[in-house]
Design a protein around this ligand. Structure first.
Ligand SMILES: C[S@@+](CC[C@H](N)C(=O)[O-])C[C@H]1O[C@@H](n2cnc3c(N)ncnc32)[C@H](O)[C@@H]1O
Length: 272
C-alpha cells in the first residue's frame, strides 16, 4: 500500500518524518518545475492561488514572489509547519486534497506539483469546484521515467514491496498519453494542454543525495521494507557510480504538465 492510499491522517508519517531534510535538501531541487508551470499559467497579482499537496511550501513562496495571494494544503502537518514558516500570512492548511476546506470559486489559479495522481481523481473535481469560472489549473506528474537520463535517482524506491510498486505504477499512469487529458476533461476542464516540464535534481555528493531521497514518501515505503541503513547504503552506492569530477550529481527526469481552464459561464477568457 502506498502512503497516498492511507487515510490522509497517516500521510505525515511518510512525508513529514524528515520535514526539514525534505524542505532544504529535496524540495529546492524541484524549483525549475515550479517556475516553468507558474510562468505558463501567467501567475501574477491579483491572482488568488491554491497549491494542492503543497509540501513544505516552496512553490507557494515562488508564487508569492510573482504577486499572487496564496493558499496551500498538505496532509503532512510537519511539512505544513515549514510551509507556514516560509509563507507568513498565506492561508496554509493541514488537510485532505479530496475535501478542500475552501468555498466554491475561491481561487483564480490552482497548481499541484506531483501531488495528484491517477489514483486521486476526487482531488481534480475539488480543484474544479474551488476555481472561479475561467480559472486556470496546472498539474504535474512523472513522465516516462525509464527513458529519463536521471532514472537512476528514483531507482532506490524499487526497494519497496512489489505490492507498493504496483500501486506507485498505477499512480504515475496519469502521465501516459491521453490519461491526464481524459481525467481533466471528465471533471469539466477545457483548453487542456500537455507540456514538457523541466525537472532536474542536483546534489553535491552521493551521501547528500541519499539523505535527500530518504526524506520523501516513496523512500519511506522502501525503508519500511528494507530498513533505513540499507536504503541509505544502496542509494549512496548507486549514486557513487554517477559522480563526475568537478560537477554536481545530476538527474534530469521526465515530468509532464497539464494546463487547463474551468469554463467561463459567460464565455469570456482571461488572456494569458
Ligand atoms: C510528491 S509530494 C509533492 C510535494 C510538493 N508539491 C513538492 O513539489 O515537493 C506529495 C505531497 O502530497 C501530500 N499528500 C499526500 N496525500 C495527500 C492528501 N490526501 N491531501 C493533501 N496532501 C497529500 C504529501 O504530504 C506530500 O507533501
Amino acid at each position: 500500500m502506498t502512503i497516498e492510499q492511507l487515510d490522509w491522517h497517516g500521510v505525515d508519517e511518510g512525508w513529514g518524518r524528515r520535514a526539514v531534510d525534505f524542505a532544504t535538501l529535496s524540495e529546492p531541487a524541484n524549483c525549475r518545475e515550479y517556475v516553468a508551470v507558474q510562468h505558463r499559467l501567467a501567475v501574477s497579482a491579483p491572482d488568488r492561488l491554491l497549491d494542492v499537496a503543497c509540501g513544505s511550501g516552496l512553490a507557494v513562496e515562488l508564487a508569492r514572489v510573482r504577486g499572487a495571494e496564496c493558499a496551500g494544503i498538505d496532509a503532512s502537518g510537519r511539512l505544513v509547519a515549514v510551509a507556514r514558516d516560509r509563507n507568513p500570512g498565506a492561508d496554509i492548511r493541514v488537510g485532505d486534497m479530496n475535501a478542500l476546506p475552501w468555498a466554491d470559486a475561491s481561487f483564480d489559479v490552482a497548481t499541484s506539483f506531483r501531488g495528484i495522481w491517477a489514483t486521486t481523481p476526487v482531488a481534480v473535481s475539488e480543484i474544479h469546484r474551488v476555481l472561479v469560472p475561467g480559472g486556470r489549473v496546472g498539474l504535474t506528474v512523472w513522465g516516462h521515467l525509464k527513458k529519463s537520463p536521471g532514472a537512476w535517482a528514483l531507482a532506490p524506491f524499487k526497494m519497496a514491496t512489489s505490492a507498493t510498486l504496483e500501486n506507485q505504477a498505477a499512480m504515475v499512469s496519469l502521465g501516459r498519453p491521453g490519461v491526464g487529458e481524459d481525467l481533466l476533461a471528465r471533471f469539466g476542464f477545457e483548453d487542456i494542454e500537455r507540456v514538457d516540464v523541466p525537472f532536474v535534481w542536483e546534489f553535491a555528493d552521493p551521501q547528500m543525495f541519499a539523505r535527500a531521497l530518504a526524506s520523501t514518501g516513496p523512500a519511506y515505503e522502501a525503508i519500511q521494507n528494507v530498513g533505513e541503513a540499507a536504503f541509505l547504503e544502496t542509494a549512496t552506492r548507486q549514486a557513487g557510480q554517477l559522480v563526475r569530477d568537478g560537477l554536481p550529481l545530476r538527474a534530469a527526469i521526465a515530468v509532464v504538465g497539464f494546463l487547463a481552464r474551468k469554463p467561463d459561464r459567460g464565455g469570456r477568457r482571461r488572456e494569458t
